[in-house]
Design a binder for this molecule. Structure first.
Ligand SMILES: [Zn+2]
Length: 176
């Protein structure tokens, strides 16, 4: 399926009228650097923080979607260029590391390659799975085109207080 066909499926766009969510420029640049390093595949990882600073620390995870796709293409129809699957050892380690510092996992981040920073139907399906490890976390998406981070293409997706529906918020970059 090409990009135009994929984006026609149900997905959530950022709504510029929604309240922006703050993130430090340091953390945002770490996400963007991970996205560049991972090109042409999607990067993925976690952010941890506390009540004072929600996004304080970045924890990279390996994207094992290409390995899963090669082992079981019927179950995993996309490889790591089109989807992500965090390595369980990596997110377990991140969760322990965060807890040891008095923090909790507050966001899952990943990149899109050759696409914009929306919440795709696959992202939605993944986040809504009963075995998704971080149901209360926000989701941050950045976009990479031709190996470079696409300017302004970043957004945060968060469940509303009224239920399971995700809404797209702009990210507001704060000085470190
Ligand atoms: Zn995605």
């Amino acid at each position: 399926m090409d990009e135009a066909a994929r984006t026609q499926e149900a997905h959530i766009e950022v709504d510029p009228a929604r309240e922006p969510v703050d993130i430090s420029c340091g953390i945002l640049h770490e996400i963007e650097q991970h996205a560049r390093e991972s090109f042409p595949e999607e990067c993925c990882g976690l952010l941890s923080g506390d009540d004072r600073v929600r996004f304080r620390r970045l924890h990279k995870c390996r994207n094992e979607m290409t390995r899963l796709h090669e082992a079981a293409p019927a179950t995993y129809p996309w490889d790591g260029r089109f989807a992500f699957h965090m390595h369980p050892l990596d997110y377990d380690r991140a969760e322990r590391d965060a807890a040891a510092r008095g923090e909790r996992i507050t966001a899952v981040y990943h990149s899109h390659v050759g696409a914009r920073a929306y919440f795709s139907h696959m992202d939605l399906a993944f986040a809504a799975r009963p075995d998704f490890p971080f149901p209360g976390a926000d989701h941050i998406v950045v976009a990479v085109v031709d190996g470079e981070v696409a300017r302004g293409e970043r957004a945060l997706f968060r469940r509303g207080p009224d239920g399971p529906t995700f809404h797209g918020h702009p990210l507001r970059e704060l000085p470190a």
